[in-house]
Design a protein around this ligand. Structure first.
Ligand SMILES: [Zn+2]
Length: 417
């Protein structure tokens, strides 16, 4: 039996590697990545795999009405709110093997390891996999539901980029869509939340630092913008007599950089995602141009200002080109600060393990961002080789993965003692 707070613990690296290889086969793509978009067949298979693993590790299994899946371990005498860790098993289309999966598998390994070492803990510990972190349906559904942050009407409105309705998908697998609104955990059931994740950027690798300790997570807003003009014969309609919806898109896209430069911060970023032109023929002037658009920054006031300036610019362009415009807000996530005490515990766990760490801002959204509303939270990053993520090239050396898992293990251990 291990005496609390006296020892540096280490994960079972071989077991973790074995799980990682098994899970990577589920939804594997020919390019070496995975496609496990939320609630697709591959994601459902990944979720089942996780449930079987939880049971085979002798841990308690739970699943809530937002389809979040968790493992729980209470050592003898443990009671009260849990120390929770976790991330997500879903991926983007043809994404990497590590994004999300690392935090879930390492969480499961931490619980399993603490159980087999018969470590005495004061608090229960939980490892969770959140549903749809990658936002197939427009948000971070699982962690938002668990934190009671799903906006009214979300479930009824939510569709993926192909127009598939979330409520239809849920019903097709025997789940009541309304249940998503009742998945909220009480804040007194969670003591702390800690997520291990790949950095998804180049900083740790470039600076040769083992561990990133996240201080804050950027916020974002995500719009669907539609310019509507008049479809017409492109051979017979003179250029000056057109209401070309695509021109609206082009003018907006080329105005964005300047608006970010003038009203944003050096860390403000934006991106245009899916673009659709209708009717979509070379001999027809585009009557409609629809696109998705996202902006991120670590400052809430900056995000608000950028949203105002960008909406003004989009509307001015429509007026100038005789187009109509519609802007639908698909998602809005506020930037969040991580918990100072938890950050210190992560830093001291890293130092005791002899690995280097630095504090940083997360430019990507994560489930932790929602969990902050329920419990003091923090994140641990490990380097992403070449900074690649959301693609099959996403990779982290096994040594870096073990460093991250060991930091997570020791931090959880200290938080739960
Ligand atoms: Zn992720």
């Amino acid at each position: 039996m291990v005496e609390a707070n006296k020892e540096i613990l280490r994960v079972d690296s071989e077991r973790l590697k074995g799980w990682f290889e098994e899970l990577s086969e589920i939804g594997a793509t020919t390019q070496g990545g995975v496609s496990r978009r939320a609630l697709t067949e591959a994601d459902l298979a990944g979720r089942n795999w996780f449930k079987v693993k939880i049971r085979s590790c002798g841990l308690e299994l739970w699943e809530d009405s937002a389809l979040n899946i968790g493992a729980k371990y209470s050592s003898l005498g443990a009671s009260g709110p849990s120390v929770m860790t976790g991330s997500h098993l879903d991926s983007v289309e043809n994404g990497g093997r590590l994004d999300g999966a690392l935090g879930v598998l390492a969480g499961l390994e931490c619980l399993t390891r603490l159980k087999e070492l018969e470590v005495q803990l004061k608090r229960p510990i939980e490892a969770v996999s959140f549903t749809d972190e990658e936002g197939r349906f427009g948000g971070m559904m699982g962690s938002q539901a668990l934190c009671g942050k799903l906006s009214a009407g979300y479930v009824e409105r939510a569709k993926d980029v192909d127009g598939v309705a979330l409520s239809d998908v849920l019903r097709s697998i025997g789940v009541n869509p309304e249940g998503l609104y009742t998945a909220k955990r009480s804040s007194d059931s969670i003591h702390r939340f800690l997520e291990l994740h790949i950095e998804q950027g180049p900083v740790l690798g470039k600076e040769e630092i083992n561990i990133g300790v996240v201080e804050s997570i950027v916020g974002l807003f995500n719009w669907r913008v539609r310019y509507v003009g008049q479809a017409n014969h492109s051979g017979t309609t003179p250029m000056h007599m057109r209401a070309d919806a695509f021109k609206g898109l082009v003018c907006f896209a080329s105005a964005v950089d300047e608006i970010l430069k003038n009203h944003g911060t050096p860390s403000s970023v934006s991106n245009i995602g899916k673009v659709e032109l209708l009717p979509g023929a070379a001999n027809v002037v585009p009557g409609q141009a629809e696109f998705t658009f996202e902006v991120r920054d670590s400052c809430g006031a900056t995000l608000n200002l950028l949203a105002d300036k960008l909406a003004d610019a989009a509307t001015d362009i429509a007026r100038r080109l005789s187009l109509q415009i519609q802007i639908d807000s698909m998602a809005e996530i506020a930037p969040e600060q991580c918990d100072g005490d938890t950050i210190s515990i992560v830093e001291s766990a890293a130092a005791d393990l002899g690995v280097t760490s630095k504090r940083m801002v997360s430019g990507a959204a994560h489930d932790t961002q929602n969990m902050i509303a329920l419990a003091p939270s923090a994140m641990v990053f490990v380097p992403s080789r070449g900074g690649f993520s959301h693609c099959p090239e996403e990779a982290t050396s096994w040594k870096d993965i073990c460093n991250g898992a060991n930091v997570l293990l020791n931090a959880i251990y200290r938080l739960a003692c």
